[in-house]
Design a protein around this ligand. Structure first.
Ligand SMILES: NC(=O)c1ccc[n+]([C@@H]2O[C@H](COP(=O)([O-])OP(=O)(O)OC[C@H]3O[C@@H](n4cnc5c(N)ncnc54)[C@H](O)[C@@H]3O)[C@@H](O)[C@H]2O)c1
Length: 303
């Protein structure tokens, strides 16, 4: 039984022994109004059942027969090999060199290679720059597709059910195949591209969040030192229709953090050292804010 974690709605996949919240049914009614059996159910696998893998398997469970596999827990690997496609959702943490450590993805690809897996291999995990180039050389017989994930961990199920866009990269006919598996997402939201653009696009999205948050924190400091209202200053900025969305423009939220924004930004900085001065400055400012926040917390605790 899957424990309820914040942001991960308990999915309703009988195979995984899970149950879905009724409230979510009401919220997601619109998304699932399409005939579920439209193309006939397909057999797909999800490898790595953490935040991304659990959300993906719960949403895909409405449309396909989903087999989940994780090295933690008692999952059977062999059924994975009969799936027409597998979605790899294993972790890619920041390594000691500041680059993404993709060893877990390699471990899965090695295993699929060893077992001569013939279906589509869709990588959802965030990859280090150049990974797909290496992978196509190292695993020439695997049908590789990179389809990075953009969900927000706080509402994993809803983001996966209703993503802003799905990015798919790889060979044309493979992209056609994988696109069909995502058929709850409207066609207009599918972005088909090459491996390099998918790699950079995925990282660039989080790097922009890093810059937005850092900008807001800088304005907050300036406002405080000048006696201005940081809330009003940022309202003046984000009410502009060109700026559009206020999500990362709210002051008093602290430095950026979480699982992905810091490590994806660090990946771009370290992959393109000469070209990322702006991001490096944002990263330095963010680190100093993190340190001063920690120092402040310590001070408060010791009082
Ligand atoms: N969490 C998010 O909000 C989010 C959003 C977008 C992208 N991503 C990216 O998606 C990927 C997955 O993130 P996550 O947060 O779900 O990670 P996670 O750490 O929550 O889960 C990863 C799971 O993979 C399993 N695993 C590791 N090696 C395995 C193997 N060889 N075979 C089978 N299972 C294996 C682990 O046991 C774990 O349960 C990462 O690359 C992350 O950067 C995450």
């Amino acid at each position: 039984m899957c424990e309820h974690i914040s942001g991960c709605v308990q999915p309703r996949i009988p195979r995984l022994g899970l149950d879905l919240d009724k409230k979510i049914d009401a919220l997601t009614e619109g998304f699932f109004a399409v005939p579920i059996q439209k193309n006939g159910k397909r057999l797909v696998g999800v490898i790595g059942l953490g935040s991304v893998g659990r959300a993906l398997s719960s949403v895909m469970g409405y449309f396909h027969n989903v087999i989940g596999y994780d090295i933690l827990g008692e999952h059977d690997w062999n059924p994975i090999l009969s799936c027409e496609a597998v979605f790899i959702c294993v972790q890619t943490p920041e390594g000691s060199d500041g680059r993404l450590d993709c060893s877990h993805v390699h471990a899965v690809l090695e295993r699929l290679k060893k077992d001569r897996y013939e279906g589509a291999v869709v990588i959802k995990s965030t990859l280090r720059v150049g990974f797909m180039n290496t992978a196509t050389i190292k695993y020439p017989d695997l049908k590789l597709v990179y389809s990075p994930e953009f969900m927000s961990e706080k509402n994993a199920f809803l983001w996966t059910a209703n993503p802003d866009r799905i990015v798919i990269s790889g060979q044309e006919e493979l992209m056609d195949h994988v696109q069909k598996l995502y058929y709850w997402v409207e066609n207009a939201k599918i972005i088909r591209t090459d491996f390099k653009s998918a790699e950079i696009g995925k990282l660039a999205h989080n790097a922009l969040i890093a810059l937005k948050v850092t900008f807001t924190n800088t304005m907050e400091q300036i406002s405080k030192s000048y006696g201005a209202s940081a809330d009003d200053v940022m309202k003046i900025v984000y009410t502009d229709r060109r700026v559009a969305n206020s999500a990362h423009f709210l002051p008093y939220k602290g430095p950026y953090g979480g699982k992905c924004v810091p490590k994806d930004t660090s990946e771009l900085i370290n992959a393109f050292a000469e070209m990322t001065q702006l991001l490096r400055v944002a990263d330095d400012i963010n680190n100093s804010l993190t340190l001063s926040k920690e120092a402040m917390n310590q001070e408060l605790e010791s009082e």
